[in-house]
Write a protein that binds this ligand. Sequence first.
Ligand SMILES: *Cc1c(COP(=O)(O)O)cnc(C)c1O
Length: 457
Amino acid sequence: MEKKIPYKIYLEENEMPDKWYNVRADMKKKPAKILNPGTLQPVTKEELSGIFCEELAAQELDDTTPYFEIPEDIRNFYKMYRPSPLVRAYCLEEKLQTPAHIYYKFEGNNTSGSHKLNSAIAQAYYAKKQGLKGVTTETGAGQWGTALSMACSYFDLDCQVYMVKVSYEQKPFRREVMRTYGASVTPSPSMNTEVGKKINAEFPGTTGSLGCAISEAVEAATTQEGYRYVLGSVLSQVLLHQSVIGLETKSALDKYGIKADTIIGCAGGGSNLGGLISPFAGEMLRGEADYEIIAVEPASCPSLTRGVYAYDFCDTGKVCPLAKMYTLGSGFIPSANHAGGLRYHGMSSVVSELYDQGLITARTVEQTNVFEAARDFARIEGILPAPESSHAIRVAIDEALKCKETGEAKNIVFGLTGTGYFDMVAYQKFNDGEMSDYIPTDEDLQKSIANLPKVEL
Ligand SMILES: *Cc1c(COP(=O)(O)O)cnc(C)c1O
């Protein structure tokens, strides 16, 4: 029986998950194995452990263990900002005059402002446990770097962030948050690494790219004793940690006897979406329940909807393992007017395989529509959403409006991954009426897709 549902459904501390859920264990057809970028053969745990922490390498390769215990230190850290609320969007429902019931899982209640902290703290924990001195990473917009710097300061680890130079200069406040947490932030390309020096010599005055920052971070990790490289999305280990979002959502819904009908998440590299849907997809895979799952991606970076399902490099620097995924090619760069995030060229191999099996559907939205939804949501529900999260808001609103036509009282659940305080340049463009949409042509996409690596297994 349905109880009166509060505006915010919180779990008690003792109702928080004590295990992460690995959806790969319930997949009959598993995501394809990841490959060594040098040999193009399935990567071994030993090879992977040269770049990543040992236990994270083990999690990355494990597609049979359904549950991983969340270590107590991580559970204690989670308790400082979790469980995150599942909010019933009564005000939005009222405004839309929809019979649908809308819920959102809000992950923006921590200083980093997004769900990325859920995996950052886990990765820092395993680095510490292995006795490492520190970790290196890259950051573009800065959410991942911020989350990682918080996690590293908690475990007293050195954190070296290579930040794409243009963001370093344009987002000084993000940079200062990271430095406040003790991270060293280096604009990339830098003169700290061989690859940075080479790029600076070849392209004087370049403002950098994510691929270049990754190459620098990996070089820094592999050339300093006691360091490893960490990554904030795409990898299966990251989805595993992010399953805490879905597990809490499921418990909160169960607590009030609510059965979700439609579950919506924005999809960049696929980590928040994968984490949110994991327990629900698990039920589908085991034949216990059925849900409509919608991945939302920008029309300007449509990896699921217009990409190809093939092996590709996970990074533009071609140093990380290759994964089979829906991809636009690692050389794909969204058009210069794209402001809404989710600019990754590929999609998590787990999400890609679930999509290929038909468990997930995908949809694209254009950025002006996304920012309209963001503005409306901010005004109605009070939270200033991240542009990335607003892709999910857009589709949740669209689905709720459909229910208005059909009269269906569907339960719509979406992931609100973070807040948008550091995205005011994009909001300014929108508010000034200067935001436009660009949908790449097939020819645009073909250029980068044509350069996919040739893999024969
Ligand atoms: C990084 C980020 C995303 C996209 O990453 P995924 O791995 O696809 O989840 C979405 N929302 C916010 C707020 C982010 O910081």
